[in-house]
Design a protein around this ligand. Sequence first.
Ligand code: GCB
Ligand code: CA
Length: 884
Amino acid sequence: MKKETICRQRSCHWIATTVLSLFTLFPAYAQRQSQTINDSWKFLREECPAAADSAFDDHSWTDIHLPHTWNTDAYTEKDYYRGTGWYRRTLRLPQEWQGKQLFLKLEAASKAATLYVNGREVGSHAGGYTACTFDLTEYLHTDAPNTLSVRVDNARQDVAPISADFTFFGGIYRDVWLTAVPKQHFHLTNLGSDGIFISTPQVSEEQGTVSVRGEVRNDDRKKASLEVMTRLYAPDGTLLQTRKKKIQLKAEETLAFEQELLPVSHPMLWTPETPHIYKVETTLLDAKSKQVLDHTEHPTAFRWYRFDGAQGFFLNGKPYKLRGICRHQDQKPIGVALTDEMHRRDMKLMKEMGANFIRISHYPQDDAIIEMCDKLGMLAWEEIPVIDIVPDTPEYAENCERNLREMIRQHYNHPSIITWGYMNEILLVAQRKHKGDALKPVLERTLALARRLENALKQEDPTRISAMAFHGSNSYNETGLSQITDIVGWNLYQGWYGGDVTGFEKFLAEQHRNYPAHPMIVSEYGAGSDRRLHTLAPRAFDFSIEYQQKYLEHYLPVLEETPYVCGGTHWNFIDFSSALRDESMPRINNKGLVYADRTPKDVYYYYKAAWRSDIPVLHIASRDWTRRSGVQQEGKPVMLPVKVYSNCPEVELFIDGTSVGKKKTENFTALFEVPFLRKEPFLSAHATYQGKPVTDGLRVGFTPIPDRLDKTNLNGLELAVNVGSHCFFTSDESHLTWVPDQPYTPGSWGHLGGKEAGTQTEIGLTTDGPLFQTLRNGLEGYRFDVPQGVYEVELLFTDIYRRNSSTAYLLGREGQQENRENTFRITINGKTVEDALSPCRTSGYFRALRKKYIVDNDTDHLEIKFHARSGNSFLNGIKIRHRN
Ligand code: GCB
Ligand code: CA
């Protein structure tokens, strides 16, 4: 009993201090009070209906703060948790809030949330990327603690997205706000928006007009005489004009208002280079006492634009290329629970790179992102996540339409936004899953939904244009989908998922020929890259850093130089979470220009060199390749390419102070063949930008691998070969580089026979996946010409030849499929070391297996031979080490 009293007293004290600090935060005139309630939540990752009850005991739950996601498992598990999670919190309100209207805003809870206050259900929201606001006035009390319970569900099949190449992180992963306002206030439960909508009906260089519309709500039981006052401020803060309007509200009435401001002459136009933001202040006053009741501030700006099928995009009447990127919102290892400053950091990085356009893909993102678009000058396309296929699920279309309206209302006031989008590659999975007649109903409902969303979009916002993104298939034209929106976006991957990079410009040319009036954007293009993989001969899908560069160096000039293409948005700004993906970095789509931790990849500087002309860019593109290696012939230097990205006309490169030569930059690159000999050479680049010298420099590591092995070079050497691959692979864990494979030549080392093969499937039981994903199939052997001595020979295997998926894991299934699996005898210098090795039986399909053998060699070579007993022999990697 006594203990309880003490606690109560403490909490009284706590309330007193919070109330105090809360009030000092707000200037006297601002009657609207908002604060986050992100702290001190309890969380449980399972279904628990009893948790809605205010008396429920949650002391055993996990303590968390928001933003929060329960899906950090998506970085390790394909089958990440999709289900229900519960959040609970106690909420104490200051006495002074008695009599106010109280609102709770969830900026995002994925995919759907139901809110309970003090045991009563308040309402629900379906949609994981838009905000919703609940009026809690009826539910909360100021004289005792309140309980909030939120049930969140990321398994819902009626809420978009239901299929896509990214993780559907669950949780309350953006801010939660509590707002108190007087009984008369701007309407706060307008689809998560704050109920004020600003537009610029007319803009030219000579003058611009601003129009404000909104709704005022009277929650009082008596009528109210009010005044709406709108003020417009110039970018430098000067008050330009004040407009007032009297309104009368009945008891419990919501009333719309509209105010046209006087034209602003010669407005400062908003462009990415000069993002001039005007401010609109809307204040609600008591008509008599002039007491301020509510107050909001919004950005606005003067700009106009159009898309043209023949000539591309125009901003403020001038041709303007959209230089863009697409952006996902997660960050390994924290998922989507990013703080605002993390979002802002991304925007700064994109701006720094020279981008002027962002496709906010594939869903509405944090307000911090949109705010930065306005401030930094980034034109924006924002969209809802209707992706891959339209399901035949009741409520799905309904939810999509509401999410679209929410997005538009919530971000309507941001001048950076020029395009609303609502479908991405909507026929991709539809066409894979359904063929012939079975496809017809799917197409019908897709078209019906597209028309419905297009109508809703134009109803909500006739001032902006609509867009969809398609994959590279003509079916979007044939079905009529491409005729529904104002512009079309093409997601093109020629030279990645198939074909050759030149297929890119061919596709664009063909589309333009057939639909010359239709404005288009390349809404995606990209190639994967893995910092551990490097090559002198890049190929599609090898995930080397070099292929991504090569691919983008082809695409970007096409985008820049094709006048009818409005612009492009590179896929993707970041290496993002896609739990279902395998490839070189399972769970990650690695097409980013920056790594998950936002360290720029070298190719980021290619864009920067191409897009920034206002500052010098000189970047030795070897930050991604700092542990270099190469096969060395008799002490001669190893020639390796070093690329420099620059916007300077000419670059000179040095290694350890010796010039390698001067090169004119072409397509913002200068490529040098550089002699590597010393262990840690220093590379430096010199150029001139507008008459002033510019330099860049870095030290890289270099480990030569001898072509001929003898007593002088064997000591301490680990000769590791990435068998079956043209790529260097450097392990993140050991830092050892496995060099590309080569055929055996007398006096040297290499494979005997066989053919290159590989897989994109994830490899289990290793973190060095790519090393095991490539192999030589049907090889006879591997040979190293080496002096006598004791050696360690290590063989790496992974059987990728699974016949059917039911044999995913063969351990414990001995004797069932003898004739169908790959079993081989292995000899080293004629001695059998494995009589019948079956990698799949030993380790399982798609799982790594490593075997070491000690060989006392009294000949002039090590020869490892493979004799297939059933199926084929193969080898994924090999390493030899001289023991003494
Ligand atoms: C696409 C999709 C995007 C994927 C991307 C890829 O076309 O629109 O969601 O992540 O391709 O990397 O495959
Ligand atoms: Ca390999």
